[in-house]
Design a protein around this ligand. Structure first.
Ligand SMILES: Cc1cc2nc3c(=O)[nH]c(=O)nc-3n(C[C@H](O)[C@H](O)[C@H](O)COP(=O)(O)OP(=O)(O)OC[C@H]3O[C@@H](n4cnc5c(N)ncnc54)[C@H](O)[C@@H]3O)c2cc1C
Length: 387
């Protein structure tokens, strides 16, 4: 049991849940932790190798049923996200985008033929998926997307572009959302379709161990069979985001936990003024406050996980979890950085890497402000999004 578990929250987990956590932790310790600082520095990550590894463990589309997916509970999926993100948010993003965005979109809105074609290979990690909603000029407001889908004989032509798309540079299939005469429609686009191209986004100072791309759709011709037949309107992609946000509620706590464990180990061995810095009251106050937030965030994640397994979650409930846990996680990461002093800025320690990663996590899948607006609308009945 972790010394950070002040409230014995571990007792709230069942044996199977603890087993999932231990398994993912072991694989992450073995396959990710020894290399992550170097991947981050180089801005490269072996997505294919990791996907195959995670596929073997059943982590891809883990919470989905059928088509080679593990059919795990929401809590098990959450625990897996937590362990993955304790290593790096980029690695958890790979799994979230594959499972909760690309696979979920096909699983929920695709035809039987699309499911058979893509899902088993994606669950095994042999095929990689991405999810293109954001555009250069439309982020928080995807309803105003500029990418167009127009009917062309029996098929479709897609024109436009998507920006900041995780996994895009290595993807075999891209779930792409576009505006048609009948509203927002989605497609499962094989990435070797003529007119589809990806430029890798470089010079990122956050989520460097994650492949991010800009997709150009230059009159991409697709058959009707590529359209996701059950997806009607913007609520389809938004429902996928709700899925992915659930993983973030747990994952962000993993990053924070890793920072706090690092800070405690550092503070107990680092001496200044003739004693360990952990012995100073100011340091202990920081550690105590951070441990509190970590435990509270965990209780929130567990509550939402249990609720999701029992009855499903409403979007504003997911917003409560994402807003709180990412906001607290980034505060914890930054506070831990201060405890490590100058060493805190070094890649030899994971803390600033986590803090920098969490800047992306704070922004993607709905910025903090967007989640405040979702909650505000629920509280007041008034839409403050504008438009
Ligand atoms: C590393 C990374 C990976 C990503 N991966 C993906 C992916 O795989 N697929 C995908 O589709 N997208 C992805 N995204 C994009 C992400 O979802 C968007 O960046 C996010 O939705 C915010 O959009 P934006 O960056 O255009 O910011 P904007 O929408 O331009 O927002 C800028 C600021 O304005 C605020 N703001 C906007 N509207 C309002 C309002 N009404 N009221 C108050 N404040 C407001 C925002 O909260 C924010 O603070 C990724 C982003 C990053 C950084």
């Amino acid at each position: 049991m972790s010394p950070l578990d002040l409230l014995d929250l571990d007792e709230l987990l069942g044996d199977e849940e603890r087993d999932v956590r231990s398994l993912v932790r072991r694989v992450v310790d073995d396959r990710v932790r020894p290399h992550i600082a170097e991947w981050y520095e180089r801005g490269e990550v072996p997505v294919r190798e990791l996907s195959l590894e995670f596929g073997k463990l059943g982590l891809l589309g883990m919470h989905l049923e059928g088509y080679g997916c593990a059919g795990a509970s929401a809590v098990q999926y959450g625990l897996a996200c937590m362990e993955l993100e304790a290593a790096d948010s980029g690695v958890r993003s790979l799994v979230s985008v594959q499972g909760s965005l690309a696979m979920y979109a096909i699983w929920r809105y695709g035809s039987e033929e699309q499911k058979q074609r893509w899902l088993p290979g994606m669950a095994a990690g042999e095929l990689i998926g991405c999810f293109g909603l954001t555009e250069p000029d439309h982020g928080s407001d995807p309803g105003n997307m500029a990418t167009r889908a127009r009917r062309d004989g029996d098929g479709w032509v897609l024109h436009g572009g998507k920006m900041w798309i995780t996994n895009a540079p290595v993807a075999d299939v891209a779930v792409v959302w576009a505006r048609a005469d009948e509203g927002v429609v989605g497609f499962a686009v094989p990435t070797d379709t003529p007119g589809f191209s990806v430029r890798e986004v470089k010079m990122k100072l956050s989520l460097r161990a994650s492949a991010t791309g800009e997709i150009t759709l230059d009159d991409v011709r697709l058959p009707e069979s590529a359209r996701l037949p059950q997806a009607r309107g913007l609520k389809a992609p938004l429902s996928c985001l709700t899925e992915a946000r659930f993983g973030i509620i747990w994952g962000s706590l993993g990053a924070a936990r890793d920072c706090l464990e690092t800070a405690i180990a550092y503070a107990t061995s680092r001496e200044q003024f003739g004693r360990p810095i952990a012995g100073f009251q100011l340091t202990q106050a920081k550690l105590a406050d951070m441990a509190l937030e970590l435990q509270k965030g965990y209780l929130l994640a567990l509550h939402l996980g249990r609720r999701s397994d029992a009855a499903g979650l409403r979007p504003e409930q997911v917003s409560v979890g994402k807003l709180n846990n990412v906001r607290e996680a980034i505060r914890i990461a930054r506070e831990c950085r201060t405890i490590l002093g100058a060493n805190g800025i070094s890649g030899e320690y994971p803390v600033l890497r986590h803090a920098n990663n969490l800047e992306s996590v704070l922004t993607y899948e709905g910025t903090s402000e967007v989640h405040q607006l979702v909650i505000g609308q629920k509280l007041t009945g008034l839409n403050a999004f504008g438009g």
